[in-house]
Design a protein around this ligand. Structure first.
Ligand code: 1GP
Length: 237
């Protein structure tokens, strides 16, 4: 069996940058999924994330099975809650919302997920998830009822990320929120990446290839693209 986390660590030590495409099952028409996967296979993507803030897990298995038939990229669940689990995926980002102070998203959903996860062979990757203020209220903020971190306080973001690493998070995800007006500041990416040793994922509001490159140069190990690809399947051409 593939060890997705080890491959991410290896990529970090080889300075090989990773790119994940985020698919939100709520916004995805299964009939059009074949075209979508063809485009993903032609793109520089190295991983596929599947998840969203609010959907209830309907047709998730169906979507993941379809993706697996058509791509060999690792498929990682990126769940908004414990209903968004499919045994058909390869792994799951087991998220802890470190920027928030809502116990539901720090431990309760995680406990609820255990009986479901124990029935699967998913690779479970503990991920410290840090929401950064991005200009408008994002779905994560609304659904989790938590406040994002100040986008100008780079040091506090880095301190939060480091606490996640000490707790045992194997990845840190700096999130501006899907469709964010402003992406995570490059200086914040740089400050956080210098402070932690685990791989750093960055996403939210990145809309151009240049934006991806800038995030990599600043220190992101993996960049996540959702909306830009959703709106334009030719984004990577
Ligand atoms: C959201 O970081 C991801 O969780 C991607 O955001 O949709 O803005 O690319 P976008």
């Amino acid at each position: 069996m593939k060890n997705i986390y080890q491959e991410i660590r290896q990529a970090k030590s080889d300075n090989q940058k990773l790119l994940a495409i985020l698919l939100d099952p709520d916004k995805l028409d299964l009939e059009k999924a074949t075209d979508l996967v063809t485009k993903i296979n032609q793109s520089p993507a190295t991983h596929i994330l599947v998840g969203g803030s609010s959907f209830e897990g309907n047709h998730l298995d169906e979507l993941v099975i379809l993706l697996k038939q058509k791509t060999s990229l690792p498929i990682l669940l990126f769940p908004g809650n414990s209903t968004q689990i499919s045994a058909e995926a390869d792994g799951i980002l087991f998220l802890q919302l470190l920027s928030g102070r809502n116990p539901e998203y720090l431990i309760e959903h995680q406990i609820d997920a255990v009986p479901l996860l124990e029935k699967t062979n998913l690779e479970i990757i503990s991920t410290g998830y840090i929401l950064i203020e991005s200009g408008n209220e994002t779905a994560v903020e609304r659904v989790s009822k938590t406040k994002p971190l100040d986008r100008n306080n780079f040091d506090y973001a880095a301190q939060t990320a480091k606490a996640g690493e000490y707790i045992g998070n194997k990845l840190i995800y700096l999130e501006a929120g899907s469709g964010a007006q402003k992406a995570v500041p490059l200086e914040m990416i740089a400050t956080v990446s210098k402070r932690i040793t685990v791989p750093l994922i960055v996403g939210g509001g990145i809309r151009s290839k240049n934006g991806i490159e800038e995030a990599f140069t600043a220190g992101a190990d993996m960049v996540v693209i959702g909306t830009a690809f959703e709106n334009d399947l030719n984004f990577f051409d």
